[in-house]
Ligand binder design. Structure first.
Ligand code: C2E
Ligand code: CA
Ligand code: CA
Ligand code: CA
Length: 275
């Protein structure tokens, strides 16, 4: 038994070694990923439920590592945040997204994700104004998606930056809404235009009565506060019907389309979905 235990420990420590090595190569690779042209944006359409048209697109970062292959943003974004590389990644994404927003995706509302550290840093507003100017995108066509974590570290600072951003005409969305702790108080205090209802609620819509109640409650509350709601992660027609019944404004999800490269972006809804 002792031997087996030791063996288990050895393989565990090997795995730990592998994980550390992977983390290190990700961190190393990230430093030159933009310059090497390894980072790109994929785009996921947003369907407006009232008009039945695709009216927006969210930019989602993709990284193809020369040796490790495709690495999910779920893996590399947190690492980029921890080692101070997220700021340049997010500015790159913003720049590229605004460019596309005046060309291939002209007419659509463009959504870009922004990590918390960006706003704590304070340089963000300066970069944003620069990108608005150089791209020529109409500010109201741009929406920044932030999670609650942005507001927690230094709420006063965040409030100032967010109000400054809002006064450029750029819109603000609160991402992953419903998963945090103090969402309701943030809602009242911070200048968000849109709530993105987290995918976890949508996933459970068909099986859990409480998920349905929560989505309906968020949609009602948002309406009361004059905000729009977007439902993430809609994968089935049944979910779409429930989300529509709850009164959400827009949906995103595999039912409409997964995130895809610009060239494959679906400007029109599939025929079977239009029916
Ligand atoms: P997020 O902003 O909440 O993005 C939604 C995620 O859900 C995306 O994962 C998207 O591909 C996925 N998704 C969309 N529809 C469905 C669906 O119907 N079913 C399922 N199962 N998943 C769906 P992705 O692209 O892997 O991005 C993960 C996270 O990485 C994002 O979550 C966001 O927090 C972060 N991220 C991505 N790009 C950027 C970026 O440019 N900057 C920053 N700071 N974060 C980013
Ligand atoms: Ca997002
Ligand atoms: Ca989200
Ligand atoms: Ca998320």
């Amino acid at each position: 038994a002792k031997e087996a235990g030791r063996g288990r420990w050895r393989s565990y420590s090997h795995e730990l070694g592998d994980a550390n090595r992977r983390r290190l190569s990700i961190e190393q690779g990230l430093r030159s990923a933009i310059d090497n042209g390894e980072i790109s944006l994929h785009w996921q359409p947003k369907l407006d439920l009232q008009s039945g048209k695709i009216t927006g697109a969210e930019a989602l970062m993709r990284w193809h590592h020369p040796e490790l292959g495709a690495i999910s943003p779920m893996e590399f974004i947190p690492i980029a945040e921890q080692c101070g590389l997220i700021d340049s990644l997010d500015i790159w994404a913003l720049t590229e997204a605004c460019r596309a927003g005046t060309k291939e995706l002209a007419g659509l509302t463009i959504a870009v994700n922004v990590s918390a550290s960006q706003l704590q840093f304070g340089e963000y507003l300066h970069h944003l104004k620069q990108v608005l100017r150089s791209s020529g995108i109409a500010p109201e066509k741009l929406e920044l998606e932030l999670t609650e974590s942005v507001l927690i570290e230094d709420a006063d600072k965040a409030m100032t930056v967010l109000n400054d951003i809002r006064s450029t005409g750029v819109r603000l969305a609160l991402d992953d809404f419903g998963t945090g702790y103090s969402s309701l108080s943030y809602l009242r205090r911070f200048p968000f235009d849109t709530l993105k209802i987290d995918r976890s609620f949508v996933t459970e819509l068909l099986t859990k009565q409480d998920a349905r109640a929560i989505v309906r409650m968020i949609a009602d509350l948002a309406k009361e506060l004059g905000k729009r709601t977007v439902c993430e992660g809609v994968e089935s027609d049944e979910q779409l019907q429930l989300v529509r019944a709850a009164g959400c404004h827009e949906i995103q999800g595999y039912l409409i389309s997964p995130p895809c490269p610009l060239a494959a972006f679906p400007h029109e809804l599939d025929a079977q979905l239009r029916a």
